[in-house]
Design a protein around this ligand. Structure first.
Ligand code: WTA
Length: 648
């Protein structure tokens, strides 16, 4: 019996880019992609060196890649670079200082436009304020901010002076802040009094204060005034952003740091246990994010780009701050929730700013579908020319909705597969070249050698499920897990010698397109058949009544595991007596009897991480023991779990 993951999903719909889109795109055809990809894989160092040379280096590198101490890579050794200079100074020097960097929209409706010149001045002033408080290259600075332009300024100011930022998502609690402070040994925090979320003020500063009750190594807390909510300031330690930047010089020359100088640590939860501090460095990360942003979002000078992620996630780091800004892009930044005041907020913003490129997560798309099309239909979305998704496999039916309702049938969708660890997008369509199929991230990006391997390390054939790996190092790869090189080796490099294990199950189809079938930890084993979660979930979501689905296994005497599906329905639909049976049959017809859920449980909501990924681990605990014992600190809303347990 094979130990590989079986794959049953079929998708025949194909959407090719329009000739008009391809005509102006950076990469115009599949032939061009295939030629470039083959060359880039034959000599990745030449490809990446060529890309790196579009950045501004204060000193050129001596070697492109040093892999002698694998898996600890060194890219562009000997080179000196400043990330902030690449995002700001060079655009101002090129005469683009008056271009808008950020069209900012606050949740309550306040707005601000910030030019590249202004962003540079703000960054220099704040960098000088950091220096004045004794912050030096290599020091760790925790950032806990709302989605305001100053969040980007804070990151860029750290980068400018070589301090290592660690951004903590503004929705995380005091405990999460404390854990990250302890692990990173940060000595400074940048925060705000509060931030707006769903009409209320998130008490950011109060959360910081609580974290600092049991961590005393922080010498400075910089506080931005955003919501004017009442806070306490501790003398000597806490300073107001507007005060420390008031009389400070706006001259702060960007020092060149070693290409391998750490740029940031970003904590990611991993499926179990303690968060991992993913460490990224400067030269390679900037090369990876700048290159992928340009080609994958086909960025052109007139584009208005909007990525709806929070800067607290890797998507915000790579595709709000470093990638777009390195390209001098004009973007929209929105502070608040997608349903504040109502479910059409995003579409209102797209119409107001004539957004051309829109990048969001499948979880958001499913929420919009659930809320109903009338919210979309109110607004003119004709400015959009390209859409993107990231974070989870997108169910083909959600893809179709996104394509038709948001993209008006005309916009290519880049379904981008990547991870906090990879730093940048790895598997993705190129919008002017790749014929799209709903549900697949399609082909590896240039310079990326992705493959699917079986248990023995052999490459899987078409439609054979296996483990997704990257066979050659790439510049924006993580360098280590902060302070835990053993865990870094163990987690990513132990399965196959010299090869990066992503932890996702996947298959390629007959066209060599990559389909992610789910996390390897979540794979089901039904009567000896190993099934990914994504396919069964997509089959459920393809039923008209279903908004969202998560499937997990529970122990079963005969089959090994039985399939349990948690299903949420679209607004206004009731499950009645027959829907469960109908859904089981629907899965049977869509992918086969083997995948038919044994139980279907209707739920109001599914447990998710704060970045919107379904936490199947918790559902597994519910179906096998009835109680959730594992770590729940990254869970968005514990009430969801509590109500699922009650129904048990
Ligand atoms: C999943 C987010 C399918 C995958 C940038 C990966 C995806 C994990 C996709 C990383 C996609 C992300 N299709 N699955 N387009 N994008 N994933 O670290 O399981 O938050 O390993 O990085 O999300 O999540 P992370």
């Amino acid at each position: 019996m094979s130990n590989n993951i079986e794959s049953l999903q079929k998708e025949d719909r194909i959407f090719s880019p329009s000739p008009e889109f391809s005509a102006t795109a950076h990469i115009k055809s599949m032939e061009e992609y295939e030629t470039l990809h083959a060359q880039s894989i034959a000599d990745p160092e030449a490809f990446w060196a060529d890309q790196a040379s579009s950045l501004t280096w204060q000193k050129p590198w001596d070697t492109v890649l040093d892999w002698s101490d694998a898996p600890f890579a060194r890219w562009f050794d000997g080179g000196k670079i400043n990330a902030a200079e690449n995002c700001l100074d060079r655009h101002v020097a090129a005469g683009k200082g008056d271009n808008i960097a950020i069209h900012w929209v606050g949740e309550p409706g306040d707005t601000r436009d910030v030019t590249f010149s202004e962003l540079l001045t703000d960054t220099c002033r704040f960098a000088n304020a950091l220096k004045a408080r004794g912050i030096k290259p290599g020091d760790r600075v925790l950032i806990y901010m709302p989605m305001v332009p100053e969040a980007a300024v804070a990151m860029l100011a750290c980068a400018r002076i070589g301090a290592v930022h660690s951004v903590v998502f503004g929705g995380f609690s005091a405990t999460s802040i404390k854990d990250r402070l302890e692990d990173s040994e940060a000595t400074a925090i940048i925060t705000a009094d509060g931030g707006w979320r769903r009409g209320s003020v998130v008490p950011l500063k109060a959360n910081v204060d609580e974290a600092l009750e049991s961590y005393d190594a922080v010498e400075s807390v910089f506080v931005l005034k955003r919501c004017e909510n009442e806070i306490t300031m501790t003398d000597g330690r806490d300073v107001w952003w507007h005060e420390v930047t008031a009389d400070v010089s706006e001259d702060c020359p960007p020092e060149g740091f070693d290409a391998e100088h750490p740029l940031f640590i970003l904590y990611t939860s991993g499926s179990t246990g303690k968060p991992k501090g993913i460490l990224h460095t400067t030269g390679g990360y900037m090369t990876g994010t700048a290159t992928t942003f340009k080609y994958i979002f086909d960025h052109q000078p007139d584009d208005i780009y909007w990525c709806t992620a929070d800067v607290g996630w890797i998507t915000g780091h790579s595709y709000i701050v470093y990638g777009p800004m390195a390209n001098g892009a004009t973007q929209v930044m929105y502070e608040g929730a997608p349903n504040q005041p109502d479910w059409d907020r995003f579409w209102q913003i797209v119409a107001d700013y004539k957004v051309t490129i829109f990048y969001t997560a499948p979880t958001a798309i499913r929420a919009f579908i659930k809320a109903g099309d009338h919210h979309v239909e109110k607004h003119d979305l004709s400015s959009l020319r390209l859409l993107g998704t990231v974070g989870e496999p997108i169910n083909p039916e959600a893809w179709m909705w996104y394509h038709e309702k948001i993209g008006g049938g005309r916009c290519p969708i880049v379904d981008t597969w990547w991870q906090t660890e990879t730093g940048g997008i790895m598997i993705t369509p190129l919008p002017g070249a790749t014929p799209l199929k709903p549900g697949t991230a399609t082909r590896p990006f240039l310079g990326i050698d992705a493959a699917i391997l079986d248990e023995t390390g052999e490459e899987c054939g078409p439609n054979e499920g296996g483990k997704l790996v990257i066979r050659k190092p790439w510049p924006s790869m993580l360098r280590t897990i902060y302070k835990d090189p053993e865990r870094f080796k163990e987690t990513y490099w132990n399965e196959y010698e010299g090869i990066y294990l992503a932890g996702d199950g996947a298959r390629t189809d007959d066209d060599g397109y990559f389909w992610i079938v789910g996390r390897l930890d979540d794979v089901l084993n039904v009567s000896g058949h190993r099934l990914g979660t994504a396919e069964v979930e997509s089959a459920l979501v393809s039923h008209d009544a279903v908004a969202e689905a998560a499937v997990v296994g529970r122990p079963h005497d005969i089959k090994g595991q039985a399939v349990v599906a948690f299903v949420t329905l679209k607004e206004g639909i009731d499950h009645g007596d027959d829907l469960a049976a109908e859904l089981r049959n629907h899965v049977g017809t869509e992918i086969g009897a083997i995948a038919k859920p044994d139980d279907i449980r209707f739920a109001q909501a599914l447990p998710k991480t704060r970045s919107g990924k379904i936490m199947r681990r918790l559902l597994k605990e519910i179906v096998s023991g009835g109680e959730v014992k594992g770590d729940t600190t990254t869970l968005e809303d514990f009430n969801v779990v509590a109500s699922l347990q009650k129904e048990d």
